[in-house]
Design a binder for this molecule. Sequence first.
Ligand code: SF4
Length: 179
Amino acid sequence: MRKLLFESLIRSPLTERPPCADEAALVELAGAVERAARRRLGRSLAIREIDAGSCNGCELEIHALNNAFYDIERFGIRFVASPRHADVLLVTGPVTKNMREALDRTYRATPDPKWVVAVGDCARDGGCFAGSYAVAGGVGAVLPVDLHIPGCPPPPAEILKGLLALLERAAEPEGAARA
Ligand code: SF4
């Protein structure tokens, strides 16, 4: 026991150092999303995340937006527990056949105006799971997708950039927005 305590005093921790915070860039990006949401919706942005069959790699990046490092709630961007409170459905993974109906019902439970954002390469066309007997396809095979954020998985800053692009497009006149 004494040996263990001594070793813990002289050894450096096994955990990795946190990445260098580019706080100014994050504040600018997340602040732009917040302002765009207020222009388009008149309030903060509510997001419902749906895992339609992902490996959870995309979820780790999405969850990071809520940790103490990114802390995007300070910009009025919230993840909500019910689609009935959501503006954006953030969908990850290929859509498995088991999740197809749940995804469709979640979409129908979300009030208008609503947007569907497909996150990650699998959400585009099934990615590395395409062709599996258990997979129905990308998110577009089940729902109308407004925006796709590429990456395997896309990092948090790319997800924020995608949300900003979505809100800026949504502020454009009808027709131009879904082009
Ligand atoms: S895009 Fe990559 S990280 Fe995301 S669900 Fe597919 S395999 Fe996993």
